[in-house]
Write a protein that binds this ligand. Structure first.
Ligand code: ADP
Length: 683
């Protein structure tokens, strides 16, 4: 004999069941019935006993379980495809042979749901019968579910394209997923147990680590970028999110780092930055180039503008100088014409007169255009009544029209007075030009119509008034219309006997533009033409003053102030206003008015007014000339002159005061200021 063989077997369960069933010991009985595992005893293929856990697992009470066969509470086949009944038979045989078997089994609960059970079969002796089997059941459905989830989770982590690292509380790596090794080039042996800092390139500052450690040990998440180095020395950028992992008691047990390789993203970002910088540099260079060429352009533009100004200035001076000798040429030619002349001499003088007249027109118009271009024309815009201008034009040109067999008509015949913002003299000049043309290019028995018409309000809030001059003359060819307002463009008229300079319409255009208006033409050969200008509608000064209740303006009416005022003004609405103010406030003062500057000295001598009010923009001469004449004559030099003008240019104001005007009121003037001014001259 060389020794003993001892074969031992754990028979706790067997013992338990036997004792419990025998009911001999209370202690074991409790253990059997209250065990968390299901216990069932099978004799002759039928359940003869079960505990509470078995009832719970199957979802029925013992009366439903006892007497049943295991295959009765099983699906027909098990997941491996074999018949349950057959498998049970085999298991029983095996149990009797080996004393014990275990396997996984699908049972049907009483409500029909399948459950996965870990079954242990043990052969026991029961009441003297050793053909009895004890079934120990453990419901593994939940466990299987958890296992399945864990499997899924670990597959996800293993296959994840980002690196996932779990470290212990010291920061040493406990787990790293395959991507970590793929990215870094290290093997698990080389990384597990190490601190991830072994990967850092050294570019990350120690402060950053302190901050990181501080955050995660306090239970917070930390996000940031690391510059790392691979095993082969290659550098890469990593975006990390590190968060603590808590256990069920809320204690931190590990740290989880999720890291993404962002080297490519960084590279693209850098490329964009470089590109931007490059672009900015290029833009700067280009801007500098453009600035240089702009300066050159600006210089060239200034030079061209100066040259143009110099040209206009030259023309303006030249024309002015030419006018004086022209006047004497024409004057003496007229004298000659009156004398005794032979037929040939008469013809010659007529030639001089006609050519001289043409030359004078030309000079005057060139003077006008060049003055406008050189910015020497001052415009004084005020409310102007159109009808009065129409009447004036009709009176002036009526005789010439009649001589040519043409009638001038004003439409509509009766209308409420319409006012436009315009320079009274310039508006007259424009209409004179247009009506003159309408007569010149007309036919005997023809007509010329002057018309005013209010147009709908524009987007800018302006209500334009269209003033048109139409005729039934020869008309203008469509292809000539675009050239018509160009200087010296006579579009064929130069070949006719109709005299002209080709400058009239250019002056019309320049003046209209200067007043902020627009001009245009519609015409058809043989049917006549319609020339028009548009100017903003306005209300007359007197209406404005009356609307504001300013006419009396709280002034006392003083009857005792007596005397006379001479007012030289061509704009009827201004005359009307001054008349009304005086009647309303100083009824004792009388007003004498006149349109022409050349009458001023004569009227002043005749009436010896206490005050002369003088407009600057007069039809025959400028107000400054009138003032000069008044100052030169001893009889009128002492009469105070007050200028009332829409021209608010400071140099005009100073020039007039210097020339001897006592005061300068700009239109529209303040009524109380006007009355106060009057009172200083009427004591
Ligand atoms: P002009 O001194 O030649 O009249 P304008 O500048 O006034 O110069 O006019 C330019 C040209 O436009 C004229 O020469 C003429 O051919 C044409 N024109 C102007 N007004 C009319 C009109 N009412 N009917 C026909 N043609 C006209």
């Amino acid at each position: 004999m060389i020794g003993f063989i001892a074969i031992t077997r754990d028979i706790t369960e067997k013992k338990l069941a036997e004792l419990a069933l025998r009911g001999s010991e209370m202690r074991y009985r409790t253990l059997f019935y209250d065990s968390p595992d299901g216990y069932l005893i099978v004799k002759n293929g039928i359940f003869i006993e079960c505990n509470k856990a078995a009832e719970l697992i199957l979802g029925g009470n013992r009366s439903m379980i006892l007497g049943k066969k295991p295959e009765e509470i099983s699906p027909e086949t098990q997941p491996n495809g074999q018949k349950s009944e057959e498998l049970i038979r085999n298991a029983v045989i095996e149990t009797f042979q080996k004393g014990k078997t275990s396997f996984e089994w699908v049972h049907n609960r009483f409500d029909g749901t399948p459950i996965l059970i870990q079954v242990n079969l043990t052969c026991i002796e029961y009441e003297g019968d050793n053909q009895v089997i004890l079934n120990t059941w453990r419901d593994t459905t939940a466990q299987r579910k958890t296992e399945e989830q864990v499997r899924k989770l670990s597959r996800a982590v293993e296959q994840s394209p980002v690196s996932i690292v779990i470290t212990n509380l010291d920061g040493n790596i406990e787990y790293a997923n395959p991507n970590t090794f793929r990215t870094t080039g290290y093997t698990p042996d080389e990384l597990i147990g190490k601190n991830p800092r072994v990967l850092k390139s050294g570019k990350t500052s120690p402060d950053e680590y302190t901050n990181l450690w501080h955050n995660i040990t306090e239970g917070k998440q930390w996000k940031g970028t690391f510059h790392n180095v691979k095993k082969n020395g290659e550098l890469y950028w990593e975006q990390s999110t590190i968060s603590p992992i808590f256990n069920e008691r809320g204690k931190i047990t590990h740290f989880l780092a999720i890291k993404e390789d962002i080297t490519e993203r960084k590279r693209i970002e850098q490329e964009i930055i470089d590109l931007n910088q490059n672009l900015e540099e290029k833009i700067m260079i280009r801007t500098a180039e453009l600035e240089r060429s702009n300066t050159a352009l600006e210089k060239a533009r200034m030079e061209a503008e100066n040259a143009n100004l110099a040209k206009s200035d030259f023309l303006s001076r030249m024309s002015h100088e030419l006018r004086t000798p022209m006047n004497s040429i024409l004057g003496f030619a007229q004298l000659l014409e009156m004398g005794e002349l032979s037929a040939t001499q008469k013809k010659a003088v007529n030639h001089i007169l006609r050519s001289g007249k043409h030359l004078l027109d030309l000079i005057n118009e060139v003077l006008d255009i060049s003055r406008i271009e050189a910015g020497r024309v001052s415009i004084s815009v005020e409310p102007v009544e159109i009808n009065s201008i129409f009447r004036e034009i009709s009176d002036t040109l009526g005789p010439a029209a009649a001589a040519a067999g043409i009638t001038i008509q004003i439409l509509p015949a009766t209308t409420d007075p319409l006012y436009v913002s315009a320079d009274c003299q310039r508006l007259k000049q424009i209409l004179l030009n247009l009506v003159n043309n309408a007569i010149k290019y007309n036919q005997p028995g023809g007509w010329v119509t002057l018309k005013q018409e209010v147009l709908p309000q524009t987007e800018k809030g302006i209500v334009p008034v269209r003033i048109s001059v139409s005729d039934c003359g020869k008309g203008i060819a469509a292809e000539d219309l675009p050239k018509i307002f160009t200087p010296f463009e006579r579009v064929g008229a130069e070949k006719t006997v109709i005299e002209g300079t080709g400058l009239g319409l250019a002056v019309v255009k320049q003046l209209t533009t200067l007043m902020g208006g627009e001009q245009g033409v519609e015409s058809e050969i043989g049917k006549g033409s319609n020339f028009w200008i548009e100017l903003p509608k306005t209300i007359k000064e007197l209406d404005r003053v009356q609307q504001n209740g300013d006419l009396q303006n709280g002034q006392h009416i003083e009857m005792e102030k007596k005397g006379c005022i001479l007012y030289i003004e061509d704009n009827v609405s201004n005359v009307e206003l001054v008349e009304q103010i005086i009647t309303a406030n100083r009824p004792g003062i009388s007003l004498i008015t006149n349109t022409f500057g050349k009458q001023a000295v004569h009227l002043a001598k005749q009436h010896q007014p206490s005050l002369i009010l003088l407009d600057l923009n007069l039809p025959d001469m400028h107000g400054s000339e009138v003032l000069e004449q008044l100052k030169q004559d001893d009889e009128t030099a002492g009469i105070p002159v007050v200028v009332i003008s829409a021209d608010a240019m400071p140099n005009q104001l100073t020039a007039m005061l210097k020339a001897g005007a006592k005061n300068y009121l700009t239109k529209p003037f303040d009524i109380s200021e006007f009355i106060n001014m009057l009172d200083t001259y009427f004591k």
